[in-house]
Design a protein around this ligand. Structure first.
Ligand code: GDP
Length: 436
């Protein structure tokens, strides 16, 4: 399980700058996912073999026009509640402010490790002078310049010390791990309960890897499934509910441990911004997905309603075009018995392998149909393809020059893979490698 690190602090102290540095710099490698980093609120990074997820709480937008202080208070509480490690950032140019002290006071209620960071120390040689007044908060201070990169090695070495070394990828398992995600009130808990009602309970309250994660093992149709963090879903935090944004972070937590995400939408609300954010996490983390349009019992329907709905979902969430859609009611049980069948289907695709021989016959065929682009006056050559990973399927192409594979041609290849092999419900990845 990835550690979650939250950066908190007043606006403009440089939180986003630090976030960008850590998620983009050479040593903090942004792992292979696109969707999520778009709005720059959370990103995966690595520091010498320690993998973590970084959250920039400053990106959170106030839900109401609350005074800034309340907002910061919520941020701090969220960080205390949800993050594993807290980076509290202040502005060395402005000096220690009353608001900083208030945040520090709130953070003191936490048992989580807190790193006090004074930013904008651009004349790094004279750092002790610049941070002197901040020592009233504690002796463990880090002077940095997020802009110029000073002091970050020092800070991150200490932070990374608290993270267990680990693997970025999931291990292989035989049963599907299922995460039910969605915005507050979409019907996640109801869906989980409906699923539990459909199946045989094997073990409940399996301790998860985090504080309140509790998983449930169920059996249906002679197969087993691990339903992730259902207790965490049932037990709601009032603060988490208040800041809608945080449900995205909770979704990341469950999705990271899952193979298949059940994305629950509220049929009475259409597709909202919040739904799209969570959907982009599912796609960005490279998980299989089934979309559930829930509360279908209370939607006024005519013959076209479902079709229209599918159209809207496909338009609003083009990146999840691979995910099948089910119209369900967790309340009446309508089509709930179909859900785990769909999970089986997409889980199978998620870990499907296509043989190298088969893939190369397919490659010859698609190259013939639509020949590769010319790059720097040379026709690009594709030598070979093989599937290098499952969960999700990943294909490596050996080419004469990876830079020459124009996005449109890559899209063509991906579309052809889907057309030929389906891979319904799972993302697929392609990588272009230079043949030496
Ligand atoms: P969560 O926050 O996503 O876990 O949502 P809940 O499962 O707590 O559901 C939120 C509200 O929607 C509750 O009042 C549920 O009773 C109601 N609800 C959930 N699913 C359905 C459904 O399929 N149909 C109807 N009519 N109401 C539902």
């Amino acid at each position: 399980m990835r550690s979650m690190i939250a950066i908190v602090g007043r606006p403009n102290v440089g939180k986003s700058r630090l976030f960008n540095r850590l998620t983009e710099s050479q040593r903090a490698i942004v792992l292979d996912y696109e969707g999520v980093t778009r709005d720059r609120q959370y990103g995966d990074a690595e520091w010498y073999g320690r993998y973590y997820t970084l959250v920039d709480t400053g990106g959170f937008v106030p839900v109401t026009e609350e005074p800034l202080l309340n907002l910061m208070r919520d941020q701090a509480r969220l960080a205390i509640e949800e993050a594993d490690i807290i980076i509290f950032m202040m502005d060395g140019k402005q000096g220690l402010t009353a608001a900083d002290m208030q945040i520090a006071e709130l953070l003191r209620n936490s048992t989580k490790p807190i790193f006090y960071v004074v930013n904008k120390i651009d004349a790094y040689q004279r750092k002790e002078e610049a941070i002197a007044e901040f020592y009233s908060l504690g002796s463990d201070l880090y002077a940095v310049s997020a802009e110029h990169g000073h002091g970050l090695d020092n800070l991150m070495d200490s932070v990374a010390n608290l993270i267990e070394p680990g693997e970025p990828e999931l291990k292989e398992e035989v049963f599907a791990r299922v995460a039910v995600v969605g915005k507050p009130n979409a019907g996640k808990s109801s869906t989980v309960n409906a699923l539990l009602g459909e199946s045989r309970l094997l073990t409940s309250d399996i301790p998860g890897t985090t504080r309140d994660a509790v998983d449930t093992m169920i059996s249906w149709n002679e197969r087993e499934y691990l339903v992730i963090d259902t207790a965490g879903l049932r037990k709601k935090s009032s603060i988490s509910e208040k800041l809608e944004e945080w449900s995205v972070v909770q979704a990341i937590r469950s999705i990271d441990r899952a193979d298949v995400a059940l994305l629950v939408l509220d049929a009475t609300e259409g597709v909202t911004t919040q739904d799209k954010k969570i959907a982009s996490v599912v796609d960005g983390r490279g998980r299989a997905c089934v979309i559930l349009v829930n509360k279908w019992d209370i939607v006024e329907k005519d013959t076209n309603t479902a079709g229209e709905y599918v159209k809207v979902i496909r338009e609003e969430m083009p990146f999840l075009s691979y995910a099948p859609i089910l119209f369900v009611s967790a309340k009446t049980g309508q089509r709930v018995q179909k859900i785990l069948g769909e999970v089986d289907r997409v889980f199978e695709q998620y870990q499907r392998r296509v043989s190298t021989g088969e893939l190369n016959r397919f490659l010859a065929h698609i190259l013939e149909k639509h020949s590769p682009p010319v790059y720097q006056n040379k026709k690009l050559k594709f030598y070979y393809v093989s599937q290098v990973a499952v969960r999700p399927p990943r294909f490596a192409f050996m080419v004469s020059n990876p830079k020459g594979v124009a996005p449109a041609y890559r899209k063509y290849i991906e579309n052809q893979i889907r057309e030929e092999y389906g891979f319904e419900g799972t993302p697929i990845k392609t990588v272009m490698r230079e043949r030496r």
